[in-house]
Design a binder for this molecule. Structure first.
Ligand code: ADP
Length: 233
């Protein structure tokens, strides 16, 4: 439960995590409502990515609790968390991290193939995203043959193709110029809203956070709410 008494689709409660002697989170709590776009802001090294990784079941906190859809995530076995990430979560990172040996459309199809879809059907679904994200004609390119903005749109398509409940985006525009970054954020927000995907977005840029419904700031490993709350447009 949050302080307001409502449960979010995804929540961290009093999460503590250190890397060796370095404390990264010192009792961070956050609750994200279904369909919400939440920006996690804060200075470099404040614990933003660590909080995202805890929410996504990538890192397991030393203490505290993480919940997705009412289920406790941090006590799940690794294979259960891995299945949750594969089936319910999508990811976009700062540097697209496309598989260089695969074509753009194979990269987008990957989450569907990992989920057991047949190759033909997975590629058909993947191709729909190329038109949607302004990537028509780039289906057969490899990541080295794409601009930074194009590669990041391919990564966004890969993050959304399996219709995840939550999209985790860690500095998704961090490596792009401002025009390419705006294009990626416009597409990210429109696509997520269209399919009702909840978004947890880590950024240190106010311009990027402005796309969110709500912002929190992580400082010294603790999350603080901002009073500012935007109404979904
Ligand atoms: P942010 O995303 O806000 O830049 P991070 O969550 O990446 O912050 O890091 C929080 C703290 O944990 C920092 O002091 C960082 O140096 C440290 N840290 C993060 N990841 C690791 C790691 N894999 N190994 C050791 N220290 C780490």
């Amino acid at each position: 439960m949050t302080a307001a008494g409502q449960s979010g689709i995804i929540e961290a409660r009093d999460v503590v995590l250190s890397f060796g002697e370095t404390p990264a989170l010192r009792g961070a709590s956050v609750s994200v409502a279904a369909g919400e776009i939440l920006a996690i802001m804060g200075p470099s090294g404040s614990g933003k990515s660590t909080l995202l990784h805890c929410l996504a079941g990538i890192l397991v906190p030393a203490s505290g609790e993480v919940y997705f859809d009412g289920r406790r995530v941090d006590t799940m076995a690794e294979n259960e968390r891995s299945a949750l990430r594969r089936d319910r979560f999508g990811f976009v990172f700062q540097f697209g991290q496309l598989v260089p040996e695969l074509t753009a459309e194979e990269n987008v199809a990957l989450p569907l193939l990992l989920g057991g879809a047949r190759r033909g059907e997975a590629l058909r679904q993947a191709r729909i995203w190329f038109a949607r994200l302004g990537l028509d004609g780039l289906e057969q390119r490899r990541s080295g043959e794409l601009s930074g903005g194009q590669a990041q749109r391919v990564a966004l398509a890969r993050g959304l193709v399996a219709r995840p409940r939550i999209l985790f985006a860690d500095e998704p525009t961090g490596a792009l110029d401002s025009i390419a970054g705006e294009q990626v954020m416009d597409l990210l927000v429109d696509s997520a809203r269209e399919q009702g995907t909840t978004v947890v977005l880590v950024t240190h840029e106010p311009r990027v956070a402005a796309y969110a419904n709500r912002e929190i700031i992580v400082r010294d490993g603790k999350a603080h709410s901002l009073t500012l709350e935007r109404v979904a447009s």
